[in-house]
Design a protein around this ligand. Structure first.
Ligand code: HEC
Length: 479
């Protein structure tokens, strides 16, 4: 099927990932756990309290064992509070970013690497593993007509404040290769990482060496963004979580203090304009800053875009991808934001567990990153239309989407934010339909195959069953 990476946003949305009507009514009759609120219900009164509850009881708790002894759960805790989804997401992130087998690589680098040059059948090829392979996949961009790594997910190149393009890698779990036409196999997850070129070593970034296309000298790449999509039995739509380096981009509303080293994706002058012209609410920046052309991609006649160009100015419309105020579909935005903030605070805040680690600890690097948010659907329903206003129409009150409804990573979906975009969150492109569950992944066709319409991911019957088939006719007669 055609890669949507260089199509216009509305084409991406309509071609393969068209939203569809919702027909699923779901019943959740679950008790609230102590640590959070269910995505669609108001706070419950505590059950008959034997003693005055401690303040901590209401806090979404992080655990130091997530760092020292990661063991991420295979499923969201049964109560399905916002806290449960964010504890799950942080645990998976920390598990994947912890050292692999005591070596210098991290667990995520030991997953299978997506080769953007191979259009189908990657699951039946030998696995590409390790950091050295990742660096090669970046270098391969010249070989591809659609220039996967040098464009945004939305088809727009983006240049950091040094004028360099961003680069990408994607990984998937070995378990994903055991998937069937009915759905992904247990243990399936997908990771997409964005890198920027570090002109000088910067100890605040998780980094790797790579040789860029057209270049001969190795450069250092610093991680700026980390997407993590986890399949679970109860959430076949996947839980779409995203993490960013803390100094990527300021909030458009002018409330972000300038980091000592500046922002990666906004100039100091542009950021100062936001600060001087604060907005009363989330959304686009003040018109007084129009001259800085915030969130406006450069247009190029044909791919690939140049490796260097004028830096872009980027600002984040929604803090933590959270829609403020009331959501039309009953998503409790305030509780969503609180759970994210509480976990970030305990892990990467001023006195956070990661923040307090000595620099010699390999996990200390992650204090420079934070969880932006996550997105899922109620009861694993088809994702349907967005519950937030977007270029395709008003917010849909029947939308089953839950979590950070305006979720975008500034290093990846940079130019697809808010009301002027057709695709205001992950489900805009990773549309989930229970009838065609594999299509939620954009790399499924690379790992397996595609049907004759070019639109649906197909798992050919060349898996374990078919592999055994050649021997069968010789020895056994079918009746
Ligand atoms: C504008 C469309 C668009 C949006 C919005 C979008 N993605 Fe993607 N995503 C893509 C495309 C296209 C790919 C395939 C690789 C590529 O071309 O960059 C992809 C790939 C991925 C992958 C690798 C595995 C896969 O499923 O293909 C992950 C993980 C991912 N995206 C996570 C997210 C998360 C999390 C969000 C929301 C914060 C998100 N994406 C929003 C278009 C989008």
């Amino acid at each position: 099927m055609s890669k949507p990476s260089l199509m216009h946003a509305d084409t991406i949305r309509r071609s393969r990932y068209a939203p569809h009507a919702l027909a699923t009514t779901l019943t959740l009759a679950l008790a609230l756990s102590g640590c959070g609120q269910k995505p669609e219900e108001p706070a419950a009164e505590p059950a008959v309290a034997a003693a005055a509850p401690k303040v901590e009881a209401a806090i979404c708790q992080a655990s130091s064992s997530w760092i020292s002894n990661p063991n991420p759960p295979p499923e969201i805790a049964a109560a399905e509070t916002f806290c449960d989804f964010y504890q799950f997401s942080w645990q998976w992130f920390l598990a994947q970013t912890s050292p692999a087998n005591g070596g210098s690589e991290r667990v995520f680098e030991q997953n299978r690497l997506m080769n953007p040059n191979v259009k189908s059948g990657q699951c039946s090829l030998p696995a590409l593993l390790g950091r050295a392979s990742a660096a090669k996949m970046l270098a391969a961009r010249d070989d591809k007509p659609l220039g996967l790594e040098d464009t945004q997910a939305d088809g727009n190149a983006m240049y950091d404040q040094n004028g360099n393009l961003l680069y990408y890698n994607m990984w998937y779990s070995q378990a994903m290769c055991e998937s069937t036409q009915q759905g992904f196999a247990s243990g399936t997850f997908e990771i997409k990482v964005a890198w920027k070129v570090l002109p000088a070593p910067d100890p605040t970034y998780y980094s790797m060496q790579a040789t860029l296309p057209g270049g001969t000298a190795p450069v250092t790449l610093g991680m700026v963004g980390f997407h993590l999509a986890n399949w679970t039995q109860n959430h076949p739509e996947m839980i779409w979580a995203t993490f960013e380096h803390k100094t990527n981009a300021p909030l458009c509303d002018g409330s972000s203090p300038l980091p000592a080293s500046g922002w990666s994706f906004a100039s100091n002058d542009a950021a100062a304009c936001l600060t001087a012209n604060p907005q009363p609410t989330s959304g686009p920046p003040n018109a007084a800053c129009d001259s800085f052309k915030f969130n406006t991609p450069d247009k190029f006649a044909a791919p690939p875009p140049p490796a260097t160009n004028t830096p872009d100015n980027i600002c984040r419309q929604f803090a933590h991808g959270n829609q403020p105020g009331e959501s039309v579909n009953g998503n409790n935005n305030a509780s969503n934001l609180l759970a994210i903030q509480q976990l970030n605070d305990q892990l990467v805040g001023a006195n956070g567990m990661l923040t307090q680690l000595p620099d010699s600890n390999p996990m200390a690097i992650w204090k420079n990153y934070e969880m932006i948010g996550a997105l899922w659907t109620k009861g694993g329903a088809s994702s349907g239309n967005a519950p937030v206003p977007n270029a395709g129409g008003p917010a849909d009150p029947t939308s089953p989407q839950r979590g950070s409804l305006e979720l975008a990573n500034m290093s990846m979906e940079t130019f697809q934010q808010g009301a002027t975009s057709f695709i205001p969150n992950c489900f805009g492109c990773h549309n989930f339909n229970t009838a065609t569950p594999l299509n939620v992944s954009h790399i499924c066709d690379n790992l397996f195959s595609v049907d004759s319409t070019g639109k649906n991911c197909v798992i050919p019957s060349t898996g374990e069953n078919a592999a055994a088939a050649p021997a069968a006719p010789a020895t056994a007669e079918k009746k």
